[in-house]
Design a protein. Structure first.
Length: 567
């Protein structure tokens, strides 16, 4: 046994008194073992991981219990002794590599700095070891990335740099805090395989934290399920997935879209938390099952109408300089001669990896970026020929839910004013009093409260912010909405709620969606028809079942194979 956690509690000092984020938890970690810690945001997972490394602010935190590393209680050590343990014997991959890496220092310098500090190597030897580590974590062009800044490399590459940094001093224990959240499923699969490979080669112990049980299934030997600061279930991976005991565990397992089922709505945690009515995952899925004959009738009805949107030969090219003084021009075909139709009331799913052109295509359709070529026809109007004023008026009927709700909301405006703003721009309703009433109705419609009107974006959780931007998109009563990665960074439980809400609103308000995601399981659940995009082109289109069960393209097969824990 390498790590022993006994009766660990973590309390934060707040204005309203101590808040207990972790409550009397105990567990052990063996040499070479992988423990998965799973739960929703706020369950205490990350707080636990920071306590294992003694990274909490001592003046704002009260910690009790013990964490024994090879028999030594780390809470008894001096800060200097603890610094020697961090990186050397215990290392951590933090949740968000972009904010964990220093933006003004090169990637190589940041990794080499840790090596020189702990291993006392020369500058040249530290650089050599860093490049060796970059090779080990399978980074392309390791010498070039050594001299690159974080913003110059992709999300998956930044995550590999963080892994290289964590491994740089050969730790006995590696703590990975949500290392695959919001990554493409293919990149996520690669990161998981890499961690397993490195763990086996180095005989490391691994603590892997995630809100996604599908990911945990791929990597862990044993799982701890956390809920409101407590461990509510502990079991081997096999036992947890075949015979979950706690209602919360069943809820987490059921929330994730399953490619094997057609559901009218996804199960949510609340479906399982009534102690008086114990239920199984299968019984809940049966309750929400979409009968095949109903599905057939819906699709026949959908495609009996004329398309609401026609895209013909749409292209968006970017030309940039490369080389000294930009003497050489390079053209990037972000979207290349794409054509398709969207039908009224349909959800057309658009799936592909980051960089394939999905978001550029969505923004080109709304002319938020101007297309290079092609035609866009919405309800018999060729919107590519409209001037800016006419296009602004057209956006009453065409809206977008952006990928990151936090950055798409003005932090200086209350969420009520953010939603009122488009009503004022388009001069809807007769007064601000009427507009405010409409906004309150919208907030209630997306399961928020009237008192939220005067709060600012930072006062909400990620799931609540996503509901706010949905309310804003609905404010102008549009007919067509582009949902751009609108659930990619959410907990599986919150993701299920938002997907259910979008489907409800579609039926109630007769909405048409293009739903963009890198997650094929989500796309398969919500879409009537699916398009697969790669390198700016649509490579496969069809019924989600047909594409999932009988993919034609190798790229599509790769996306399907990367779905974690599909069941």
């Amino acid at each position: 046994m390498i790590l022993q956690v006994n009766d660990l509690s973590v309390k934060f000092n707040t204005q309203n008194g101590p808040f207990e984020a972790v409550k009397h938890i105990s567990f052990n970690l063996d040499k070479g073992e992988t423990i998965g810690i799973v739960g929703e945001s706020g369950s205490g997972k990350s707080v636990t991981s920071l306590a294992l490394m003694r990274l909490h602010n001592a003046t704002q935190t009260q910690i009790s219990g013990s964490v024994l590393l090879n028999g030594t209680n780390i809470f008894d050590l001096s800060e200097e002794a603890m610094r020697d343990i961090r990186g050397n014997r215990m290392a951590m991959i933090f949740q968000e590599p972009m904010t964990s890496l220093n933006p003004v220092l090169t990637c190589g310098f940041q990794v080499a700095e840790a090596i020189r500090l702990h291993l006392k190597l020369s500058k040249a030897d530290a650089k050599k070891r860093t490049i060796d580590l970059f090779n080990e974590v399978q980074l392309p062009r390791p010498e070039a990335i050594f001299d690159s800044y974080p913003h110059q490399i992709s999300g998956g590459q930044k995550q590999r740099v963080m892994i290289a940094m964590a491994l740089s001093c050969n730790p006995e224990i590696l703590i990975a805090d949500e290392p695959t959240t919001a990554l493409d499923v293919t990149v996520q699969k690669t990161i998981i395989e890499l961690l397993l490979k490195l763990k086996a080669e180095r005989n490391m112990s691994l603590v892997f934290i995630s809100h996604d049980l599908g990911v945990i299934r791929e990597i862990a030997d044993r799982v701890l399920v956390m809920y409101k600061g407590e461990i509510v279930e502990e079991a081997t991976v096999k036992k947890l997935f075949t015979h979950p005991q706690h209602a919360y565990t069943k809820g987490l397992l059921a929330c994730r879209p399953s490619p094997a089922w057609h559901l009218k709505q996804l199960p949510v945690i609340a479906d399982f938390m009534d102690d008086n009515k114990p239920v199984t995952i299968e019984s809940i899925r049966e309750r929400y099952n979409y009968p095949a004959d109903e599905l057939k009738v819906r699709k026949k009805e959908l495609y009996s109408h004329e398309p609401i949107l026609k895209i013909e030969g749409l292209s968006k090219y970017y030309t940039g300089g490369s080389g000294i003084f930009n003497l050489k021009k390079q053209t990037v075909k972000a979207v290349n001669k794409v054509s398709f139709d969207v039908y009224p009331g349909e959800t057309l799913g658009l799936v592909g990896e980051s960089g394939c052109g999905k978001t550029t295509l969505g923004r080109s359709i709304l002319r938020l970026v101007e297309p290079t070529a092609g035609n866009i026809t919405f309800e018999d109007t060729n919107i590519t020929s409209l001037n800016k004023s006419e296009m602004r008026a057209m956006r009453r009927d065409m809206q977008i839910i952006f990928q990151d709700p936090y950055s798409s909301l003005n932090p200086r405006l209350t969420i009520g004013n953010s939603i009122i703003e488009p009503l004022q721009v388009h001069q809807l309703y007769n007064s601000d009093k009427q507009r405010k009433q409409k906004v309150i109705e919208l907030l209630e419609r997306v399961n928020l409260l009237p008192e939220h009107f005067n709060r600012y974006p930072h006062e909400f959780s990620g799931g609540q912010r996503q509901r706010i931007v949905i309310a804003r998109a609905l404010a102008l009563q549009p007919k067509f909405i582009i949902c751009d990665e609108s659930v990619s960074a959410l907990d599986v439980s919150v993701q299920a709620q938002v997907l259910n809400l979008l489907r409800e609103l579609q039926q109630e308000l007769k909405l048409t969606y293009i739903f963009i995601s890198h997650d094929l399981a989500v796309i398969k659940h919500i879409s009537d028809r699916m398009m697969v995009m790669n390198k700016g082109e649509i490579v496969e289109t069809g019924d989600p079942d047909d594409i999932y069960n009988y993919p034609k393209e190798e790229y599509t097969k790769k996306l399907i194979a990367a779905i974690p824990g599909a069941n």
